[in-house]
Design a protein around this ligand. Sequence first.
Ligand code: PLP
Length: 391
Amino acid sequence: METFDSLMEITSRPPLVFVSGRGSWLTDERGDDYLDFVQGWAVNCLGHSPQPVAEAIAAQAGRLLNASPAFYNRPMLDLAGRITAHSGFDRVFFANSGAEANEGAIKLARKWGALHRGGAFEIITMEHGFHGRTLATMSATGKPQWASLFEPKVPGFPKVPLNDLAAVEAAVSPRTVAVMLEPVQGEAGVIPADHAFLRGLRELADRHGLLLIFDEVQTGMGRTGPLFAYQASGVEPDIMTLGKGLGGGVPISALVAKEGACVFEHGDQGGTFNGNPLVCAAATAVFDTLTAPGFLERAQARGADLREALEGLSARHGLGEVRGSGLLLALDTVEPIAAAAVALALERRLLLNAPRPATLRFMPSLSVSEEEIVRMIGILDGILGELSGRP
Ligand code: PLP
């Protein structure tokens, strides 16, 4: 029975219904298997239905689902302790989506501005940056297509070009409280912030007494190589947000901050499902798997394999640069053929993503195998040959 019409139309979906998944593979209702290099939009860092997460969920489901956010629960404490122990941050607030964590970061910065910067509230964000789909995070987002959507927007998000320190300096005013950006712009097509730019932002923030906020919803949890992307740059923000990979497929996100930025008072922030034991137990299993000896090193090795293979494809088909790091990579196709490539890939049961007309993005499981990378490259090689008229 087709039930597609019962859902609100919010995006164009292929008429497939997925019923199960394991690792890098998804299976639809007809029993067809798809090789998945999208992984729920860089969410399933351990692939589909990883055993440690499935077991943690099953065990926790039989023990305690929700004690209320007004009480401590053990998985919430375990997970927060792991995040602070593996990062330079002091405190964590759990939420349910990347947008909600970012909304929390915006509120925290505004509260800090009210207390410490005479009511300053503006947060400088980056053109083409992406921070989510709540009204405030859409307002912070620099996607040109959203500029006139859902007006009036939440005020207070002046935008500057990424990697342009002079533009950030020029945008600072007595109203400014923070600068917020992704260490690698994911939705914009995998555009890295230069490490020199991040160092410059840290110095600028310190000089002007501003907060530096990194949105690591997409880059965190090993996606770009280290556990958190900021660790590769040597620049520590005051506030970091996590989502996507944190739960390995279950909805959990986190707002993580240095002690000096933790200015919420009772009643300022909360949420019914925040920090519930079920998702925290799942995320703790993800965290323990990612931080087990050798795991991130193996993922980094697969990232190097994928990059090398994509560079080979680019040279063979006369395409553009390969961008990104770890297992968040993009291939510039030069000509606007990315959507056509994704459509052909789907026909060949390979799931890919095209964030821009001339950009293909690759965000497989961090436990993707060498064989799966070779298989994906083989399919894509054929598709690129067809689209460029070459065999
Ligand atoms: N921030 C970044 C950098 C993202 O890539 C995304 C989602 O793609 C979000 C925030 C929003 O996360 P969510 O869709 O979980 O609200």
